[in-house]
Design a protein around this ligand. Structure first.
Ligand code: SF4
Ligand code: SF4
Length: 208
């Protein structure tokens, strides 16, 4: 049994931004579900997780969903938490990013926004062998792609629902989640990131 990943915490900011706690709680649920699913599949199939540090072919795929609350988290983390020298490179990548490029947060084979990376990145895991360059294992070997545990995914999206103005029993209503969150999914690779580069520049000019 692996250690389950710890929830990243930003106590000072979480006291100011309730949405941040929602997002980090949701990510902690997702991470627990992923760890459990990996344990189950490794034991059942006698194969190991292929994903490891520095393995980045998945970050170059064209379809990486990102949801509105996740975008808020990415904007906040990039603007307020990323420090030099990564910050300079990230601003360059964001301002030059074109829709056909890999995810602009990929840097030196790793994720520059790892604590706040989207659900889709957290849940995309492959068993057996690492993905080849350009391979999308979802199509080439679906059986090796980890199927996330639905219960954890639903709990995580429920934890985000107050951000969208939903409360009470409706937070766990699948139809409501689909109509509010999934209907607003964007794509991390085709999103226009130049505005984030400008916001980071503005932040820097006020905080020199
Ligand atoms: S999904 Fe594929 S490319 Fe991404 S970390 Fe796992 S094995 Fe590597
Ligand atoms: S956000 Fe991070 S993990 Fe997700 S695709 Fe981009 S670089 Fe990869």
């Amino acid at each position: 049994m692996k250690d389950y990943p710890a929830r990243p915490g930003f106590p000072c900011e979480e006291s100011k931004f309730p949405w941040l706690s929602m997002l980090l709680d949701a990510y902690a649920i997702i991470d627990s579900g992923v760890a459990l699913a990996i344990d189950e599949q490794e034991a059942k199939r006698s194969v190991k997780l292929a994903c490891k540090e520095g393995c980045d072919n998945c970050c170059m795929q064209k379809d990486i969903p990102v949801y509105p609350l996740e975008l808020v988290g990415i904007y906040w983390f990039s603007t307020e938490k990323i420090v030099p020298p990564v910050r300079k490179t990230l601003k360059e990548q964001l301002s030059q990013h074109e829709k056909s490029d890999p995810c602009p947060f990929l840097m030196d084979n790793s994720c520059s926004i790892r604590p706040i990376r989207p659900v889709s990145c957290r849940q995309f895991n492959v068993l057996g062998r690492p993905c080849d360059t350009g391979e999308d294992p979802y199509y080439s070997r679906r059986g090796d792609v980890l199927t996330p545990l639905e219960e954890y995914t639903e709990r995580a999206f429920s934890a985000m629902m107050p951000f969208y103005g939903v409360s009470g029993e409706a937070v766990s209503d699948r139809a409501v989640i689909d109509s509010i969150i999934h209907a607003q999914a964007g794509n991390i690779q085709t999103y226009d990131w130049k505005n984030l580069a400008r916001i980071m520049d503005n932040f820097d000019s006020k905080n020199i």
